[in-house]
Ligand binder design. Structure first.
Ligand code: ADP
Length: 642
């Protein structure tokens, strides 16, 4: 039965727990799904932002490209931070800025005689001082700016060979810097003046020299003037590098790094690119992007590019619960696996957008709220199941106990009633037969019948008490009672029985005992039950003592016999209903195991307690302890019973 109940509880509980665990898992997945949908839409927005970013870059490239020369376009983009570097192409797809590497020198077909003579003195006769004079003459005689400037250049060379540094510096800083030489170029197409300025600075070396600063300023101005198309990019790059070496503090060129990057890029790939999307360049960690018209290619260092794009994306969103990062093709994500990804779009082929929640535990905590609701309701249902099962078990147990009780009672009643009734019948039949005329025998028989009758009455009394007790119908009539009266009543009722069986009944009742607050008949019944047991379970030593005494505000009654006694285990159980120590005994002595149960019920109903002390073979002492009238317990009882 209980096994069935256990299954009935466990099965739904296990099912519920399984269902709950599934629900919890599904709930977590559902929350993740919700966030994923939300974040996907954010990634789509970020994709749009990237497309817009490159759209604007492309438009800006084309717009500048239309309005300015290539060098200015280059400087404009770099200074505005539109790209780390730029390469401009002409309509044929050839790079126009930075211009291709240095070209071979172009000399006039026939060299004038004056030049031949000066060279002869310089190189064949090895007389630099004379050659310097010849070159100065060439410079002065020539109207053509290129030839004049080249003459001065050669003069400086010879003066330096002749160890006339001051004279060389003078030519460099005075003669050569005249405005007419401004655009003069050497046979390789390089501007002569900026090179001369650098040489002058190198020769002067001393930065405090009055000429040094103006020359350096003039050179710096020339190098940063990207409107001037005459200066070849390779020469500009070289001069910038040299000037930076010469005056590291004063020569900071915003475009220098861009110049170097563009030059390095052109060394790897001088042709323009076909598509206007971001592609890897031949340089590590440098990406390139072509304007729509294809005349400009922007170069981007990866770190800058990522920073710019991520800044543009971040500016688009006000929420700070997640960060969108770009994943470079082939690279490992630096921030761990993103929660959601999306291709970065056509402008950035093979790039990915990755979303990283700022607080990844957020999904769990969002799910946790829902899960907690499930767990609570599941827990309550389980509790309810257990509660109901408990109630049911209690009810069933009670019903089973009652059924058993009923059966026991019926068996006991029939057995117990049958014995005195049948012996009475035999005696009555014998008397009716009229065989015994003897008055003495007749009296003896009648006395036996009376005894059986008394026994029957006690039995029926006990059954009635028990029945009332069971139905909670037993009511007591509480009054103040003298303990001596109770003892006297019990002794009187049993005197004859004890005497005829040869018992010695001793009573020890002091006269000054406090009164009890009790139902006198019920307490007399208690003593009768105890005396009855002393009678039944005494062997050869037929000595019974009944004591009454005061103990700490209570009145105690002892019923002590010297009979068969009880084992320790039996002593613990004697107050249980229908309990009888030995089945063999039960056949020998009448009784149904109800007496002590009734005793206990009556005593506890009076706010008292009953106990037994016993030794097997030596006898038992049952002690009933009841509150004295006027004690706190009695007052409590009085209040409770009205
Ligand atoms: P019963 O009607 O069988 O006497 P009780 O409830 O009065 O039922 O007693 C329960 C059992 O306790 C008895 O069967 C008996 O074995 C044991 N018992 C009770 N009183 C004594 C006693 N004075 N000495 C020894 N055994 C006792």
């Amino acid at each position: 039965m209980f096994l069935l109940l256990l299954v009935a509880v466990l099965l739904p509980t296990v099912c519920l727990l399984w269902f709950m665990s599934r629900t919890v898992r599904n709930e977590r997945l559902a929350v993740r799904d919700q966030f994923e949908t939300l974040y996907q839409s954010r990634l789509v927005d970020a994709q749009g932002e990237i497309a817009r970013f490159w759209e604007q870059r492309g438009a800006a490239f084309d717009e500048y490209g239309d309005r300015m020369n290539c060098a200015a376009v280059f400087a404009g983009y770099v200074r505005k931070g539109l790209a780390d570097s730029v390469v401009c192409y002409d309509s044929a797809g050839r790079p126009s800025y930075p211009s291709p590497a240095v070209t071979a020198p172009v000399f006039a077909e026939t060299e004038p005689a004056s030049w031949r003579r000066a060279r002869n003195v310089e190189y064949a006769q090895k007389d630099p001082s004379v050659a310097a004079g010849l070159y100065r003459d060439i410079a002065q005689e020539n109207e053509d700016a290129n030839s004049a400037a080249r003459g001065l250049q050669a003069q400086v060379r010879c003066l330096l060979k002749a160890d006339q540094k001051d004279a060389a510096v003078k030519v460099l800083t005075e003669d050569l810097l005249q405005p007419k030489h401004a655009d003069a170029v050497d046979p390789r197409g390089r501007l002569i003046v900026p090179s001369a300025q650098l040489l002058a600075l190198q020769l002067l070396a001393d930065q405090t020299h009055p000429v040094f600063e103006p020359v350096a300023d003039a050179l710096r101005a020339r190098l940063t003037d990207y409107g001037d198309e005459a200066l070849p990019s390779a020469q500009r790059r070289f001069l910038m590098g040299q000037l930076k070496l010469l005056v590291p503090d004063a020569a900071e060129f915003v475009t220098y790094e861009a110049e170097l990057l563009a030059a390095r890029y052109l060394e790897t790939d001088p042709s323009t690119i076909a598509t206007s999307s971001v592609q890897p360049s031949g340089l590590p960690d440098v990406w390139r992007f072509r304007s729509r018209r294809g005349t400009i290619v922007g170069l981007f260092r990866q770190a800058h590019l990522l920073a710019d794009l991520e800044e543009a994306i971040a500016a688009r969103f006000s929420q700070d619960d997640a960060r969108i990062a770009l994943l470079v093709p082939g690279a490992k994500p630096s921030e761990g696996t993103p929660f959601a990804t999306l291709p970065a779009g056509d402008a950035l082929p093979n790039w990915q957008l990755g979303l990283h929640p700022t607080d990844p535990s957020r999904f769990d905590s969002a799910a946790d709220e829902q899960v907690a609701a499930y767990v609570w309701s599941g827990g309550l249902v389980i509790l309810l199941i257990f509660g109901l099962a408990g109630l049911l078990a209690h009810y069933i147990g009670r019903q089973m106990r009652l059924t058993r009780l009923k059966n026991d009672l019926v068996a006991t009643v029939t057995h117990e009633l049958k014995t005195p009734l049948s012996s009475m019948r035999v005696l009555v039949d014998t008397l009716l037969d009229g065989q015994y005329e003897d008055k003495h025998i007749t009296r003896e028989y009648l006395e036996l019948i009376a005894k059986e009758n008394i026994r029957l009455s006690r039995l029926i009394d006990n059954f009635l008490s028990f029945s009332r007790m069971e139905r909670n119908k037993r009511s007591f009539d509480f009054r103040e009672v003298a303990p001596s009266d109770v003892v006297a009543a019990a002794i009187d009722a049993t005197r004859e029985k004890f005497e005829s069986a040869g018992f010695r009944v001793e009573t020890q009742v002091p006269s000054d005992l406090p009164a009890l607050y009790a139902d006198a008949d019920a307490i007399v019944g208690v003593l009768l039950n105890l005396l009855d047991n002393a009678y039944k379970y005494s062997d050869n030593d037929r000595h019974v003592i009944v004591r009454a005494y005061e103990d700490a505000g209570a009145v105690c009654f002892d019923v002590e016999d010297h009979g068969i006694g009880l084992s320790r285990r039996a002593a613990r159980r004697v107050f249980d209903r229908f309990y009888r120590v030995d089945q063999r005994l039960s056949r020998k002595t009448e009784g149904c195991g109800l007496g002590l149960d009734i005793v206990q019920f009556v005593v506890t109903s009076h706010g008292g307690e009953v106990a037994v002390e016993s030794q097997p073979g030596e006898g038992s002492k049952f002690t009933v302890r009841l509150p004295a009238a006027g004690s706190e317990e009695a007052a409590k009882l009085q209040r409770a019973t009205g």
